[in-house]
Design a protein around this ligand. Structure first.
Ligand code: PLP
Length: 633
């Protein structure tokens, strides 16, 4: 556990149990309920064939824990409740979940359900997100906010106005000044009085990777000049009472509470000015930014860690708002936040399997003395001289010179091979010799490449896109010392499809030798519940993983799977690119009838299975392939 710093990034939901497996504590370790579920037990229930009582799902697998979501929403609420009480703040906290972080239906519905007792709402940033937020909130608390952010056209604004008509507590937040005219025109046409918010472009700048949208040059929000113009225009049309919310977003992963307090303080000044100018302000919406400690280092030096916890965050926000409002004698506003990462990151684990290992330099066969003699004879004159210098340096123990002549000899041999004067066996022998030399001089590259049954582009897109690292850990054998170091290479035919950066700045991961414990080796990617699913693409037509939703039940290691869905099939991913699997199958079946003769039925069955199977590798596929082949040929 210490090697992977599980206690650092995993608490309070993940730990290593006495069997050396990762255990999940869906209610967190801080609560009275200490139910613990062994992740390996979930994986085997999900992936075992149906005949053995399993669900027969193929990996990769996302395991969702709705109880973790509940714990996150409740913990955030109670952090703000605590800060409000201890500071005598004179209003309340009412958060929203930005659905863009994970739009999965059950994630959104769960958050609405778990948060309805304290009016927890949703934030949408596009028309489909607004539609899903509207329908989800119909089941929630009518006072929950529905915050409409993002760039808007007349369809988006009309829909948001309709949402207000449907008695959803909708706030249309101006992202651009131009949206105001549309709101004025459409609300009058539809006879709906809107509640309007404004996104302010603050001067406070978050300099980390996730802060590129902050500061005066930021992409979003209204400048102070624009804010003033909006106020004047609303006043002119008799709608200044509609302006009730001020929103800002400094960026995701705010590293320190000092930066947070700086931004919140600046925004509260703007809020107070809006009150002074006559707007009926009620709410300050501090956006997202509540960070996650992905590497468990609790350090502000890295983009993937933060130095504060939920309580420090809430305290900093409440105090910063209160300080400014009290100095200006302005009534304390309702505090809204749009934390996404902090709510959904922990709730899901991506489990995937290692399917093989390329041994780096270690894979070249050892050389016999006879083989060596034969090799040397075949080398060109120059390469032979290099070899002799190399041997002499080796005898003297001059390893740097050894490596120098080794490289030269290798280069000359490759040239010779290209010219056609060296055979492939001799080239392999040169590689073997170089491998041996590296090992002897202690410069052997011990990092191996573990091939994983996964697409990084689909399941960990932020690693590819912005080099964000996540904790990746074997989910079993953690009571066994890992004996190798490896990088992970995925199934895509793309050199970017690899993971060679890990938490704590490591360029390889401690891994176990393959072949132990039933031969299978499973890894988990943790804290990836936010953004990764929505951002993932279909590179090489690898689709989404299978998903199970797991809740604890009474007793140690008891759990129920409340939902199980197989990942995208080949047919599903083909459809995404406008292919028509039904027609494709008919075309191929026709061809099978034409050329397959008596095997045409078996061929058609095999084709049908290909369309319905997942694009990922099936561990049992050798057997299945043999059976299919037997049926066909
Ligand atoms: N609100 C807005 C406007 C955002 O742009 C974002 C994300 O960048 C969020 C909320 C969610 O932020 P986070 O995931 O850091 O909580």
């Amino acid at each position: 556990a210490a090697l992977y710093n599980v206690d650092g990034w995993g608490g309070p939901y993940f730990t290593v149990n006495s069997s050396g497996n990762i255990s999940v504590l869906p209610h967190g370790s801080d609560t009275l309920s200490h139910e613990e579920i062994d992740l390996m037990k979930i994986v085997s229930r999900a992936s075992d064939p149906k005949s053995r009582g399993g669900l027969g799902l193929q990996l990769p697998l996302i395991v969702r824990f709705p109880e973790i979501l509940k714990n996150r929403v409740e913990s955030l609420q109670s952090a703000f409740d605590g800060a409000i009480e201890s500071n005598d703040y004179d209003s309340h906290y009412q958060g929203v979940y930005p659905v863009k972080c994970n739009q999965d239906r059950f994630v959104v519905e769960d958050i609405v359900k778990f948060g309805s007792g304290f009016r927890f709402g949703l934030e949408a940033g596009s028309k489909p997100e607004l539609l899903l937020a509207m329908s989800s909130l119909c089941e929630g608390n009518s006072e929950s906010f529905l915050i409409c952010n993002g760039f808007k056209d007349c369809e988006y604004i009309s829909l948001a106005l309709v949402a207000r008509k449907l008695k959803l507590n909708t706030v249309i937040v101006l992202e651009q000044e131009e949206e105001l005219d549309l709101i004025i025109e459409l609300s009058s046409k539809l006879c709906i009085r809107p509640v309007i918010g404004m996104r302010a472009k603050l001067r406070t700048k978050h300099y980390g990777h996730f802060g590129s949208t902050s500061g005066e040059e930021g992409k979003f929000g209204l400048t102070t000049t624009q804010i003033l113009r909006v106020v004047k225009k609303l006043e002119q049309v008799g709608m200044l009472d509609c302006l009730q919310l001020l929103h800002f977003h400094i960026g995701s992963q705010i590293p320190t509470t000092a930066l947070l307090a700086d931004g919140v303080g600046e925004a509260t000044q703007v809020y107070c000015e809006l009150v002074r100018l006559g707007a009926h302000m009620r709410v300050i919406d501090i956006g997202g930014g509540l960070g996650i400690d992905y590497d468990g280092s609790k350090s502000s030096d890295s983009d993937i860690s933060v130095v504060y916890g939920l309580q420090e965050y809430a305290d900093a926000v409440v105090r910063a708002i209160q300080y400014v409002c009290d100095r200006r004698s302005i009534k304390h506003p309702v505090i809204c936040s749009e934390s996404g990462r902090a709510i959904v990151s922990h709730h899901s684990v991506l489990v995937f399997e290692v399917v093989g290992c390329s041994n780096g330099y270690g894979g070249v066969p050892a050389l016999s003395t006879l083989g060596l003699q034969y090799l040397v004879e075949e080398l060109s004159e120059e390469a032979r001289v290099d070899y002799h210098y190399l041997s002499a340096a080796a005898i003297k123990g001059d390893y740097d010179t050894c490596l120098l002549y080794m490289d030269e000899m290798k280069e000359r041999s490759v040239e010779q091979f290209k010219e056609g004067s060296l055979g492939i066996e001799q080239l392999v022998a040169v590689d073997g010799l170089c491998d041996l030399v590296r090992k002897v001089v202690g410069r052997a590259e011990l990092v191996q490449t573990y091939n994983v049954n996964l697409s990084i582009f689909t399941s960990i897109p932020d690693f590819w896109g912005i080099q964000q690292v996540f904790p990746i850990v074997p989910i079993h054998r953690l009571d066994e010392k890992p004996s190798v170091r490896g990088i992970l290479s995925d199934l895509t035919c793309d050199s970017d499809g690899k993971i060679d950066k890990f938490i704590n700045g490591e360029s390889s991961l401690p891994l176990h030798e393959l072949g132990g414990e039933g031969g299978r080796y499973f890894l988990g990617m943790f804290l990836g519940g936010a953004y990764e699913e929505a951002l993932g693409g279909f590179h090489n037509l690898f689709g989404g993983p299978s998903v199970v939703r797991v809740s604890s039940s009474n007793g140690p290691n008891s759990f129920v799977v409340t939902r199980a869905v197989s990942g995208h099939s080949c047919g599903d991913v083909l459809r995404v690119m406008q292919h028509e699997p039904g027609l494709m199958f008919e075309t191929l079946k026709h061809r099978a009838q034409e050329f397959g003769h008596e095997d045409s039925v078996a061929l058609a069955n095999a084709l049908a299975r290909s369309f319905s199977s997942m694009p990922y590798l099936k561990p049992s596929c050798c057997l299945t392939a043999k059976n299919d082949a037997a049926g066909i040929v």
